[in-house]
Design a protein around this ligand. Structure first.
Ligand code: SAH
Ligand code: SF4
Length: 365
């Protein structure tokens, strides 16, 4: 980072610190509690990219902080805009990883799809991110900074008012969020803080491929919404496409869902990617309805987005409709997720920064 006094020697990343730890550091650096709140607001409400921006913080305090800590900020390495309004950004981390976020504007909401890891180690056979393998967990600061960089860019593009055009967040980008629980929980606390970006827990959703202990911890430590990528209705079928199922099969997964603490009126979203000829038969809808019986569930049917090199095919459009009809007839709340940003490879499962390479090419990008 380029602080007020040049390059910092290291130390913790200020944007990754839980609020209490940030306050401690400010106190140790000789700042007042009031200064800690100012710093927090710069980092998490206004999304400052450097200490130099924080002109109302005492210079001496900024110098102390710059000497003892860093401020990592994502650099925008790419921006692609779809005909339907979707925008995909590629961000470069301080150590040169590339990760992506996708902006999905709708009449009543502006959602950012946030990445949780560089790559993903879960190995789902239909998912492009899965083919990259695991890179590393993103830090809490990198999770929240996707939101800040997007907000700032959206203001520049006239998509909304500062400091926060975004209204909703979904952790459905690259990576498995529940494999990055420490970073995720800290990031959620920061994003929901009234002095920070101030998101409502009703407008934040975390999607998992089905890590059962992680689902329990998410329920115990946060109040955000849960989405589960089910994608199959028998263990044999799910084993074949999602290796996580061999560890936590469907029954264990649904038990964790039944025990997940839900606010009144809230439902768990089950994502179901339709793979043509694989899981899109009438019997799949019947089994799905049976599995979800008694669960406060909502099903998101997603037509598979094909990727070159992966063996799966998109379902016939009439199969998507047929499954929805069959589910609704069995009183399952099922909607078809509209495919957004396919022309810029921003749709579900198409995120794989720079065609799959995990680090940025050498030289100016
Ligand atoms: N790792 C988490 C969150 C990111 S994946 C998870 O798996 O839930 C987000 C969603 O995209 C998941 O529901 C996944 O099943 C779906 N998906 C992955 N590849 C896809 C593709 N090619 N077409 C459509 N959906 C896909
Ligand atoms: Fe990872 Fe989710 Fe893709 Fe599976 S579907 S490989 S968990 S990003």
């Amino acid at each position: 980072m380029t602080g007020v006094v040049g390059a910092a020697p290291g130390g913790p990343d200020l944007r990754s610190l839980p609020r209490g730890r940030l306050e401690e550091r400010v106190a140790l650096a000789g700042g007042k509690p009031f200064n800690a709140r100012q710093l927090f607001r710069w980092l998490h409400r206004r999304g400052a990219a450097s200490l130099a921006e924080m002109t109302d913080l005492p210079l001496r305090l900024r110098e102390r902080l710059a000497g003892e800590s860093r401020l990592d900020t994502l650099e925008r390495a790419g921006e692609q805009r779809s005909a339907d309004g979707t925008i995909k950004w590629t961000w470069r981390t301080a150590d040169g990883r590339l990760v992506e976020s996708v902006y999905l504007p709708e009449p009543d909401r502006k959602t950012l799809c946030v990445s949780s890891q560089a790559g993903c180690g879960m190995g789902c056979t239909f998912c492009l991110t899965g083919t990259m393998g695991f890179g590393r967990n993103l830090t809490a600061g990198e999770l929240v900074d996707q939101v800040h960089r997007a907000n700032r860019r959206l203001v520049e593009l006239g998509e909304g008012a500062a400091p926060r055009p975004l209204t909703n967040l979904v952790f459905m980008g690259m990576g498995e969020p529940l494999q990055n629980l420490d970073g995720l929980v800290t990031a959620l606390d920061l994003l929901l803080d009234a002095d920070g970006a101030d998101f409502s827990h009703r407008r934040v959703t975390v999607s998992t491929s089905g890590l059962v202990p992680g689902i329990r911890r998410l329920g115990a430590e946060t109040t955000v919404k849960l989405a589960v990528s089910l994608n199959a209705t028998t263990d044999a079928q799910r084993d074949a496409i999602m290796p996580v199922n061999r560890r936590w099969p469907i029954a264990a997964l649904l038990e964790a869902c039944r025990e997940f603490p839900l606010k009144p009126g809230r439902r768990i979203t089950f994502e179901y990617v339709l793979l043509g000829g694989f899981n899109d038969a009438d019997e799949d809808a019947e089994r799905l309805a049976r599995l979800l019986r008694g669960l406060p569930a909502k099903v998101n049917l997603i037509a598979y987005n094909e990727s070159a090199g992966l063996p799966f095919r998109a379902p016939a459009p009439e199969r998507v409709e047929a499954l929805q009809r069959l589910l609704v007839a069995r009183r399952v709340n099922a909607v078809v997720r509209r495919n957004r940003g396919r022309d810029i490879s921003a749709a579900c499962g198409q995120l794989a920064a720079a065609g799959g390479s995990l680090t940025s090419p050498a030289g100016p990008g």
